[in-house]
Design a binder for this molecule. Structure first.
Ligand code: SAM
Ligand code: DTB
Ligand code: SF4
Length: 349
């Protein structure tokens, strides 16, 4: 077989992507693993810990989500957590070996009143020596800039599925609003975490459509979470059929081939997967997981169980990027210069 050389592309077509999905499983996995090795150590997996900083009563109607106020899932609603409690949870995450702390809020968007607290959380978590990530819903350009300046490394904002299927899952916001927030995040110099969910009744074309949206962005998201639907009683998708585990692995492999330099995260749903399936996911090129016993509101494998799995597979947690803070600062400063230059340019013409 000829050598597989990957180039980073932004012009993927549906026919090409569907052809990847339709490859025999072993051919697809071989190709994905070959691409993976061109950019990554195949035996390192990045570990992030999640915390829900504001839980439940969300005004959006995402049919998969236990936190939507439109459905009754029996979840206790909570106000925004106190900064000190968030920092304690971040310190605990660091103590179990996590390198990134991801804070999620069940909001359509952050309010002006909440922003100062959120910024303090970013500063505090960063000061602990962890990478910071937040997922707060839609942002304005000003909020995005404030988060970047506070030291936010990643913003998570999932596209979830294809533009065509999106309206079947969420009606209270649009795909183009999601893309706009991603553009603000990129323009502010932060890293993007964006992916989607499998198992919502979507077609193969929808899975391909989601990956095309992500890979054909001007720059690939640095982090691509692929979630398997966690079915929660009370949500409209609670009784969806299970997907074929091999189809989930195929999605990871195709994501790896299309976005060769991105971290692909084997995201929600690991508690419903056996260890063999997770090992296949790493072989397909997944190289990031959520680590620690809870996702936002649902369960995740115990940390020591994951460490035992890593040990059995000869996998080591990935260390935090060297000089990460300096690199982040330089990216933010460059973004500010570019924004200023483009304003000067447009005011001159
Ligand atoms: N409210 C913000 C938003 O939607 O952008 C941030 C939090 S929201 C819970 C973050 C992501 O979690 C969603 O975009 C979705 O992809 C994922 N998610 C939520 N519920 C899920 C479920 N039951 N199974 C798998 N993934 C889920
Ligand atoms: C992502 O793609 N998955 C995470 C994170 N980004 C924010 C959330 C998964 C949530 C699973 C359901 C829950 O625990 O509430
Ligand atoms: Fe709200 Fe996010 Fe859940 Fe949608 S996914 S209901 S926006 S918390």
């Amino acid at each position: 077989m000829s050598m597989i050389v990957s180039v980073t592309r932004h012009d993927w077509t549906p026919a090409e992507v569907l052809a990847l999905f339709k490859l025999p499983f072993n051919d697809l996995l071989f190709q994905a693993q070959s691409v993976h090795r061109q950019y990554f150590d195949p035996n390192r997996v990045q570990v992030s810990t999640l915390l829900s900083i504001k839980t439940g009563a969300c005004p959006e109607d995402c049919k998969y989500c236990p936190q939507s106020g439109h459905y009754n899932t029996g979840l206790d609603k909570e106000k925004l957590m106190e900064v000190e409690k968030v920092l304690k949870a971040a310190a605990d995450a660091k103590a179990i070996g996590s390198t990134r702390f991801c804070m999620g809020a069940a909001w359509k968007h952050p309010s002006a009143k909440d922003m100062p607290y959120v910024l303090k959380m970013v500063e505090g978590v960063k000061a602990l020596g962890l990478e910071t990530c937040m997922t707060l819903g839609k942002l304005t350009q000003e909020q995005t800039a404030a988060l970047a300046e506070a030291g936010l490394d990643y913003y998570n904002h999932n596209l979830d599925t294809s533009p065509e299927f999106y309206g079947n899952i969420i009606t209270t916001r649009t795909y183009s609003e999601r893309l706009q927030t991603l553009a603000y995040v990129r323009d502010a110099g932060m890293k993007i975490c964006s992916g989607g969910i499998l198992g919502m009744g979507e077609s193969l074309q929808d899975r391909a459509g989601l990956l095309i949206q992500l890979a054909n962005l001007p720059e690939h998201p640095e982090s691509v979470p692929i979630n398997m639907l966690v079915k929660v009683e009370g949500t409209p998708l609670a009784n969806e059929e299970d997907i074929d585990p091999f189809d989930f692995i195929r999605m990871l492999a195709v994501a790896r081939i299309m976005m060769p330099q991105s971290h692909v995260r084997l995201s929600a749903g690991r508690e419903q997967m056996n260890e063999q399936m997770q090992a296949l996911a790493f072989l397909a090129g997944a190289n990031s997981i959520f680590y620690g016993e809870k996702l936002l509101t649902t369960g995740n494998p115990q940390a020591d169980k994951d460490m035992r799995l890593f040990a059995r597979l000869g996998i080591q947690p990935e260390a935090r990027e060297e000089h990460a803070d300096e690199v982040h600062q330089a990216a933010i400063e460059q973004a500010l210069i570019e924004q200023r230059d483009s304003k000067l340019f447009y005011s001159a013409v």
